[in-house]
Design a protein around this ligand. Structure first.
Ligand code: FNR
Length: 180
């Protein structure tokens, strides 16, 4: 099973990047997970839609060839980051590569709510006609106070969170098979 990971933060020390890297390593026996290089994407421009830069084409191909998408999202001003929205906008036009793709959402923040508001909006975006992804129902992973759950080496060490991620990852793999 091949999954691509879309990480919504471009920050070097991003907690969402660390959670994604943790998942990539932990589930390596179950899924092949590739983290997409979204930092290479230019700002979306409709003028370039019919002839997009090669970096856009390359990333979209990886999504098209995947069995599912993991999105890890930060919360910026009660919404998703512009960085993540920009990527989804590219993916939603021309070849609509997210249509009917199973998607699992994880989000973390140092705050108490752990990206609840961003994820509500993200689910709405994923349901728009150009995106039309098959978002895994339920299975809401809100990792609050994430700075207390990751050690100095960047490893997720909070056992209840790890157990919940295991459950949701299993549910996601079942969802992918069901949707095929
Ligand atoms: C934030 N942050 C934040 N946190 C939150 O829980 N709710 C919010 O609405 C916001 N708003 C917000 C806006 C902007 C512009 C920034 C830069 C930050 C804090 C945010 O959760 C924190 O910086 C995370 O560490 C960002 O995720 P990464 O980069 O660590 O993955």
């Amino acid at each position: 099973m091949k999954i691509v990971a879309v990480v919504g933060s471009n920050r070097k020390e991003s907690y969402n990047k660390k959670i994604t890297a943790f998942m990539q390593k932990r589930y390596t026996d179950k899924v092949e997970m590739e983290i997409l290089p979204l930092e290479n994407l230019p700002m979306y421009n409709e003028d370039e839609e019919l002839n997009p830069p090669s970096v856009v084409i390359d990333i979209k191909k990886k999504i098209a060839n995947s069995d599912g998408i993991l999105i890890t999202t930060p919360e910026y001003n009660h919404s998703i980051s512009g960085f993540l929205k920009n990527a989804i906008d590219w993916f939603s036009r021309g070849d609509k590569v997210m249509v009917n793709k199973p998607v699992m959402i994880v989000g973390c923040s140092p705050g108490a709510l752990g990206t609840v508001r961003a994820q509500i909006q993200l689910r709405q975006i994923l349901n728009s006609p150009g995106v039309a992804a098959l978002t895994l129902p339920g299975n809401e992973v809100f990792i609050g106070a994430v700075h207390e759950k990751i050690d100095e080496s960047g490893e997720l060490v909070h056992e209840p969170t790890i157990q919940f991620l295991d459950t949701v990852m299993n549910n996601f793999m079942d969802w992918i098979l069901k949707m095929k």
